[in-house]
Design a protein around this ligand. Structure first.
Ligand SMILES: *Cc1c(COP(=O)(O)O)cnc(C)c1O
Length: 463
């Protein structure tokens, strides 16, 4: 390389980032550039572009972790190169995953936690697919044994998260989603019974409904299904979607019976990256007993060295999230989780009580009897100069992301706002939010909006 060119490279290296040649042009966005640029420059360009994202800590819509201890960042860094699937190469990572399965099974009162079967997943959606498949396989085997047709399976649920719509579509299952009715925004046993028949592969109550944060009554539904079995012989299993509640209820309401203490509950899923307090990318699926997971759904691979059973939908997967989950278990213990979640409840209830006092809002769920969160709607007794979609947009101007959305059928007339209080949302932040809500109400009082926004015009949170 001629010396003169060397000098110019050297010069380039000592340039201020923003005075560099790389940043003097716009990088191609939708195809690869011809040449490389320096890592320092590439980092700066991308880092700066990401400033346009919302601030995750102010994202009041999410159930997922947005605050993590520094030790979690360190462990995530140290495990970035380890593939969760390579259980033979990284046996200690595999061992830690297995310990987590047992810890979670024990937390959910598995009758035989040490010998239960389960796995980590990328989140509750994957866990729901796996548990749903197991339900379909068990139902099909039962029908085959009875010599009955297996062409019309159905699944009975309340207002479920989108993953169950996907599951039903991907695996050709009729979803019997109980509609909301009046003030009943969740499932109850009477509505379940109306929809169960011999083609029902299972019933899925949700512990922490996405729309309202409420817990569905698992025990009541199980009792009703026990009675149905006595009367008709139909034996319909329950899977609990405890995406959020699975890591809350055991610490806060240990007496609430929703888990494997109910024999009819055959499987449970939860998201480690929600109230399990782990970083994004980990969920858990646990079966009551090994027999509840049909053997022919488990594949054995030998090409990683050793003979390894695998059941998940993904193959390669990062291991850091699982390690971070184990860190939280070791670090917090039961009492650590309890204290964190209790402080979230205290904040949620405080905000709910204060929001009532603001005037325009009617609180639908106030953080009592479900998850640490709350939701409210706009009273329609008089004009406040805004609708909830306007209100979201106005709050957004201060950085708060408070989603507005309509309920599913048959309450699509009901439009609400919902916030989740999670690790890292302090009482002080709650007070700041309330202050900004007051400011917005005053703004709309002084400058009423004439035209209502509808869901399509609103750029906010979409399901
Ligand atoms: C979040 C959630 C899911 C999906 O979980 P992911 O971890 O995001 O895949 C499923 N069901 C319920 C009730 C949820 O809250």
């Amino acid at each position: 390389m001629p010396l003169v060119q060397k000098n110019s490279i050297k010069e380039n290296e000592s340039d201020d980032i923003f005075a560099s040649f790389d940043l003097s042009v716009s990088v191609p966005k939708y195809k690869l550039s011809k040449d490389e640029i320096s890592p320092r420059h590439a980092y700066q360009i991308i880092h700066d572009e990401l400033m346009l994202d919302g601030n995750s800590r102010l994202n009041m819509a999410t159930f997922c972790s947005t605050w993590l201890e520094p030790e979690v960042y360190t462990l995530m860094n140290e495990t970035i190169d380890k593939n969760m699937i390579d259980k033979d190469e990284y046996p200690q990572t595999a061992e830690i995953e297995a310990r987590c399965v047992h810890i979670v099974a024990d937390l959910w009162n598995s009758p035989d936690a040490a010998n239960t079967i389960g796995c980590s997943t990328i989140g509750s959606s994957e866990a729901a697919m796996l548990a749903g498949m197991a339900m379909k396989w068990r139902w099909r085997k039962k029908m085959d044994d009875l010599g009955k047709p297996t062409t019309r399976p159905n699944l009975v649920t309340g207002p479920v998260q989108i993953c169950w719509h996907k599951f039903a579509k991907y695996w050709d299952i009729e979803l019997r989603e109980v509609p909301m009715e009046g003030n009943r925004l969740i499932l109850n046993s009477a509505e379940v019974l109306k929809r169960c028949d011999e083609n029902t592969i299972g019933v899925v109550p949700t512990l922490g409904v996405t729309y309202t944060c409420q817990y569905e009554p698992v025990k009541e539904i199980a009792d009703a299904l026990d009675k149905l079995q006595e009367e008709t012989g139909l034996d319909i299993p329950i899977h609990v979607d405890a995406a959020s509640g699975g890591f809350i209820a055991p610490f806060i309401e240990p007496k609430l019976i929703w888990d494997f203490r109910i024999p009819r509950v055959k499987s449970i899923n939860s998201s480690g990256h929600k109230y399990g307090l782990s970083p994004l990318g980990v969920g858990w699926a646990i079966w009551r007993e090994a027999d509840d997971l049909p053997k022919d759904l488990i594949f054995n691979v030998n090409y990683l060295g050793g003979d390894m059973p695998t059941f998940t939908l993904n193959f390669s997967r990062p291991s850091g999230q699982v390690i971070a989950q184990y860190y939280n278990f070791v670090r917090l213990g039961r009492e650590g989780y309890r204290k964190i979640h209790q402080s979230c409840y205290d904040t949620a209830r405080y905000i709910a009580d204060e929001i009532i006092k603001l005037g325009p809002f009617e609180v639908i769920y106030d953080g009592r009897g479900g998850m640490p969160g709350l939701c409210w709607t706009l009273k329609n007794d008089k004009a406040y100069g805004f609708d909830l979609y306007h209100f979201s947009e106005k709050l957004r101007s201060r950085g708060w992301q408070v989603p507005t959305y309509s309920m599913p059928n048959d309450r699509s007339d009901l439009v609400i706002q919902r916030i989740l209080i999670r690790h890292g949302v302090s009482k002080d932040m709650g007070k700041l939010l309330l202050k900004d809500m007051k400011r917005c109400i005053k703004h709309f009082k002084d400058n009423p909006v004439q035209k209502p926004l509808n869901e399509k015009e609103y750029g906010g949170y979409k399901h």
